[in-house]
Design a protein around this ligand. Structure first.
Ligand SMILES: O=C(CO)[C@H](O)[C@H](O)COP(=O)(O)O
Length: 213
């Protein structure tokens, strides 16, 4: 299981400082939606220039203007871009087309989706990487990423699953036996007084016996 650290609600310099610290511990770095809204593509470009081989996700949460917004982030240097599962299929198709043309990835964020038939429709449209996601506001209302989320994608074979939303060193245990491709962790790492140690502890749980050294 891969570990993706999400950089949310952080200042520019703090993002760069954290990437410097965490680059050898995590598999992917996500520039969070709020950071992108504050600093735009300039921060994606600077991260790419400073860390040329770092696998980088731009959490654009695209819901319209798919071609334009996906191109912005992917041409700025991101390897993958997110599009919302509730967006029009035309938008979702355009994001995938741009990603395919540039040899990059599109990830469909299922935030707010509770209908399995919608996920099937997305899979039929060619989506192959889904993010099961409990958003910050729903977390505040007491919701957590748990087994029920997986029912959305259970019947689908050959898709990659990421999971996000308030995951920490304890709650990650819930996903170890699921076929999760990537676990996305934000606050539990970036809000820690010792982010590298927090990432290392979570990282050690991501490794299956065959992956550990
Ligand atoms: O996409 C996000 C918010 O929309 C976050 O990046 C994701 O939920 C991970 O952050 P945290 O672990 O703090 O919930």
């Amino acid at each position: 299981m891969k570990l993706q650290v999400a950089l949310d609600r952080l200042e520019w310099s703090e993002c760069l400082r954290l990437i410097e610290q965490l680059q050898d511990t995590v598999d992917l770095v996500e520039i969070g939606t709020g950071v992108i809204k504050e600093y735009g593509m300039a921060i994606v470009r600077e991260v790419r220039e400073a860390f040329p081989v770092l696998p980088l996700v731009a959490d654009m949460k695209i819901c319209d203007a798919g071609r334009y917004e996906a191109e912005q982030a992917l041409l700025a240097g991101a390897d993958a871009v997110t599009v919302m599962g509730f967006a029009p299929l035309s938008t979702i198709r355009d994001v995938h087309a741009v990603a395919g043309r540039l040899g990059k990835q599109a990830i469909v964020d299922l935030l707010g989706i509770t209908d399995r038939s919608r996920v099937n429709q997305l899979a039929e449209a060619g989506c192959s990487h889904f993010c099961l996601h409990v958003g910050l506001d729903d977390q505040s209302a007491g919701h957590q990423a748990d087994q029920r989320l997986f029912e959305l994608v259970q019947p689908l074979a050959h898709v990659k699953i990421s999971v996000a939303g308030g995951i920490n060193e304890q709650t990650i245990d819930r996903f170890l036996l699921q076929s999760v491709h990537t676990v996305i962790v934000g606050s539990a790492i970036t809000g820690s007084k010792l982010p590298k140690q927090a990432a290392e502890q979570i990282r050690s749980k991501c490794q299956s016996p065959s992956e550990s050294g």
